[in-house]
Design a protein. Structure first.
Length: 317
C-alpha cells in the first residue's frame, strides 16, 4: 500500500494507492479531524504496531494526528502542540515511543516525545540553545541506540546545519558550532534536509546548498563525517539533495536531487562507502533511463511506501 501526504487547494490530505496495477486510481483517505487551517501533510509515519500518524503544516499551529479506521474513519490529534509550531517535519520511533521534530520560528526547534494519553513531553527546545539559527528539526534517525536530530534554519535562510544526538537522558552536539566540523560541515549556506541510517555502514545525511550544490555526508559512528559526493554532483543547479534511500537488498544508496532544469537520481554501491572519498558517487551513469527504486525516494513530500513497492524514475533529456 502506498500512502502520500499532499496539499490539495491549500488543504491537508492523505491519498492511498493499494494495488500494484498502474491503471488503478488513487483514493483519498478521510480528512475528518484535520484542522481547517492545515495546509499540507508534511510527514507520515507508521509505528511498529501499525498505528498511522500524519504531521501537518499550519500557520495557526501544526499538529500530529493518528488515524482511526472507525467507523467512521477519522484523524485525531494526539496532543496539543504550541500554536507557534508551524510544521511537523519529522517523526521517528525510539525506545518504544514516538518522537516528533517540529519547526518553530519564534522559540527555536523542538522535539517532543509522545507518552500516550494525549501527553507530549518536550525533550529538546529553544533550538538546542540557539533559537535564532536552529528553527527546524528537518529529520531524525536512530543509530547505535541513540537518537540523532538534524537541524538548521528554514529553507531560504542562511542558518546552516547542526547535528545532535540523544542517549535517552541528555543531548550531545556532534556537528556544529564549537565542533571540529562546524556549522554546515564548514559551508555557511548548507541547510539540513534528509537523514537515514543503515545499520551496516552508518548514518547518511543530505543538504541544501543554493551556492555550492547539495551534498551527501556519511558517518560510520555518528561522530566522524566524510562527504561522499561532489557538491551538487558536479552541478550547482542540483542545489538540494531532496531524499536518500537504501535500495535493492541494502546494496545501493540512492540520492534524489532538486534541480529547476530536471531532477536527477544518483546511486552508489554501499561497499564503496566503506572507504569514501568526495567522488564516491560515479561521475558516469549518474542515472539509468529506467532505474528501479525500492521504497520511497521522495520522502520530502511525506511519502510512505511499504517494502517492495517499485517506482521507475526517468530523467528527461
Amino acid at each position: 500500500m502506498l500512502r502520500v501526504g499532499v496539499s490539495n487547494n491549500g488543504k491537508a490530505e492523505v491519498w492511498t494507492y493499494d494495488n500494484y496495477n498502474y491503471e488503478d486510481e488513487w483514493t483519498p483517505m478521510s480528512s475528518t479531524g484535520f484542522d481547517a487551517n492545515d495546509t499540507i501533510v508534511r510527514t507520515l509515519f507508521v509505528d511498529p504496531s501499525g498505528n498511522f500518524y500524519a504531521g501537518t503544516s499550519n500557520n495557526s499551529g501544526a499538529e500530529v494526528y493518528q488515524f482511526d479506521i472507525g467507523p467512521p474513519p477519522r484523524w485525531t490529534a494526539i496532543g496539543n502542540l504550541p500554536n507557534n509550531i508551524t510544521s511537523v517535519r519529522s517523526m521517528v520511533w525510539y525506545n518504544n515511543k514516538l518522537y516528533i521534530g517540529v519547526r518553530n520560528d519564534t522559540d527555536g526547534a523542538n522535539i517532543y516525545r509522545y507518552d500516550g494519553g494525549g501527553t507530549l513531553t518536550a525533550i529538546a527546545s529553544a533550538g538546542f540553545g540557539d533559537p535564532t539559527q536552529n528553527t527546524v528539526v528537518w529529520d531524525m534517525a536512530v543509530f547505535q541506540n541513540k537518537l540523532y536530530a538534524y537541524v538548521s534554519g528554514a529553507l531560504g535562510s542562511t542558518d546552516s546545519l547542526e547535528i545532535y544526538r540523544y542517549d535517552g537522558s541528555s543531548w550531545e552536539k556532534v556537528v556544529g558550532e564549537g565542533k571540529s566540523l562546524g556549522r554546515g560541515f564548514g559551508y555557511s549556506s548548507n541547510l539540513a534536509n534528509s537523514m537515514i541510517n543503515h545499520q551496516d555502514s552508518g548514518l547518511y545525511v543530505s543538504t541544501i546548498d543554493v551556492d555550492q550544490g547539495g551534498q551527501v555526508w556519511h558517518s560510520p559512528n555518528g561522530t566522524d563525517w566524510t562527504q561522499i559526493n561532489l557538491n551538487g554532483f558536479g552541478q550547482s543547479s542540483n542545489y538540494a539533495v531532496s531524499a536518500l534511500e537504501v535500495v535493492s537488498l541494502n546494496s545501493y544508496l540512492v540520492a534524489g536531487t532538486y534541480n529547476d532544469d530536471g531532477a536527477e537520481a544518483w546511486w552508489v554501491d554501499l561497499e564503496e562507502v566503506e572507504n569514501p572519498v568526495p567522488d564516491s558517487f560515479p561521475t558516469t551513469g549518474k542515472y539509468r533511463n529506467y532505474f528501479v527504486l525500492i521504497l520511497g525516494l521522495m520522502a520530502i513530500f511525506g511519502l510512505y511506501i511499504l517494502p517492495n513497492y517499485k517506482i521507475r524514475v526517468k530523467k528527461d533529456k
